[in-house]
Design a protein around this ligand. Structure first.
Ligand code: FAD
Ligand code: FES
Length: 277
C-alpha cells in the first residue's frame, strides 16, 4: 500500500531538540532544488513553519527541525507514521548552482542541514567544495558524517570538544587569509551569517546567506518577511519568501533583519508556555 501524502516515514533524533524527518511527498521530492524550503502546518489553524529542504530521495524529502518555540516543538513531538496537516512547496528561489571554481560552504548549528544539498549540488558541477561545519559542542554537530563528498571538510566547536576550537567564522577567516575562494555560502543563526558576511566583504567575495525571517503566508502577499537590502547607496525592500531566501549577505541590512526576528518574542513566549502547560 502507498504511504499517505505528508506521512512521516522516518524520524531520527540528531541531538537535543533537533530531529530529522523524512516526509512522503512525491511532488516536493521531484521538484525541490537546493536552497528551497517548504512551509508546514501541524494543524488546520497551526502557524506556518518555513523549513529548508535538506535532501530528497525517491518520493521523500528531508527536513531537520530545531524545537525553539511552540510550533517547532509540536512538530518535533510527531512520530513515524503521523501525517503532517499540510506541506506547501518547494518555495523560494533555488541556489545558483553552476561551476564557480573554488567554493567555501559554511554551516553553523541547524544551518548544517541547509548547506548539505547546496554543497552536494556544487560538487556535481565539478566545483572544488570546501566545507566548514560548526556548533557549540560536539553533540550539536549534526550530519558531520554526511559530507564525505567534500574536497575539504573542517569541523569546529565553540568549546573545542570536536575539531578546531572556535566558531565557523573564526575558521572562515583563517581560510580566507590563505586561499582565494570564488564564492561562499554561509548558513546558520542570523548573528553568524552577519559576521560571515562582514568577513566576506573584507575579502571582497560574494557570500550567499539564507535568511530565516519570520514568515506568514510565504507567497509575497503579507509583507511579514520583508527585508532591507542596501546596495550602491540604495535601499530596497525584498521579500524573503519570493525574492529569497538567499541573498548576498554583504548587502543585507543586518541590524533591521535581526531586530525584526525578535518583534513577536513576548507573544511567542506566551504561546510556548501555554502549549507546555
Ligand atoms: P516561535 O515561537 O515563532 O519563536 C521562538 C523564538 O525563536 C523567538 O524568540 C523568536 O524570536 C525566534 N524565532 C522565530 N522565528 C525565527 C527564525 N525564523 N529564525 C530565528 N529565530 C526565530 N528552522 C529549522 O529548525 N530548520 C530549518 O531547516 C529551517 N529552515 C528555515 C528556512 C526558512 C526559509 C526560514 C524563513 C526559516 C527556517 N527555519 C528553520 C526557522 C523556523 O521556521 C522557525 O524556527 C520557526 O518558524 C519558529 O516557530 P516556533 O513557533 O517554533 O517558534
Ligand atoms: Fe508573507 Fe513573505 S511571508 S510576504
Amino acid at each position: 500500500m502507498e504511504n499517505p501524502i505528508n506521512e512521516i516515514v522516518e524520524k531520527k533524533r540528531l541531538c537535543k531538540g533537533v530531529y530529522e524527518f523524512w516526509i512522503n511527498n512525491e511532488f516536493v521530492a521531484k521538484h525541490a532544488k537546493p536552497g528551497q524550503f517548504v512551509i508546514v502546518r501541524n494543524t488546520e489553524k497551526g502557524e506556518r513553519i518555513p523549513l529548508t529542504i535538506a535532501d530528497v530521495s525517491g518520493k521523500q524529502f528531508r527536513i531537520v527541525v530545531k524545537a525553539i518555540g511552540k510550533s517547532t516543538l509540536e512538530l518535533c513531538m510527531k512520530n513515524k507514521g503521523d501525517v503532517l496537516h499540510d506541506v506547501v512547496g518547494p518555495l523560494g528561489k533555488p541556489s545558483e548552482i553552476k561551476y564557480y571554481g573554488n567554493t567555501l560552504i559554511i554551516g553553523g548549528g541547524i544551518g548544517i542541514a541547509a548547506i548539505f544539498p547546496i554543497a552536494k549540488a556544487l560538487k556535481s558541477f565539478n566545483n572544488r567544495v570546501n566545507v566548514i561545519i560548526g556548533a557549540k559542542t560536539v553533540d550539536e554537530l549534526i550530519l558531520k558524517d554526511e559530507f564525505t563528498f567534500a574536497d575539504d571538510l573542517t569541523t569546529c566547536t565553540d568549546d573545542g570538544s570536536y575539531g578546531k576550537k572556535g566558531s565557523v567564522v573564526d575558521v572562515m577567516k583563517d581560510k580566507l587569509r590563505s586561499e582565494k575562494f570564488d564564492v561562499i555560502w554561509a548558513i546558520g543563526p542570523a548573528v553568524m551569517m552577519k559576521y560571515a558576511s562582514l568577513v566576506a566583504k573584507e575579502f571582497d567575495t560574494p557570500v550567499w546567506v539564507s535568511l530565516n525571517s519570520i514568515m506568514i503566508d510565504g507567497t509575497g502577499m503579507c509583507g511579514g518577511c520583508r527585508t532591507v537590502i542596501k546596495k550602491d547607496g540604495e535601499s530596497e525592500i525584498q521579500y524573503v519568501c519570493v525574492d529569497g531566501p538567499e541573498f548576498d549577505g554583504r548587502y543585507v541590512d543586518w541590524e533591521s533583519f535581526i531586530k525584526r526576528l525578535s518583534q513577536y518574542r513576548e507573544q511567542e513566549t506566551l504561546a510556548l508556555e501555554s502549549f507546555i502547560k
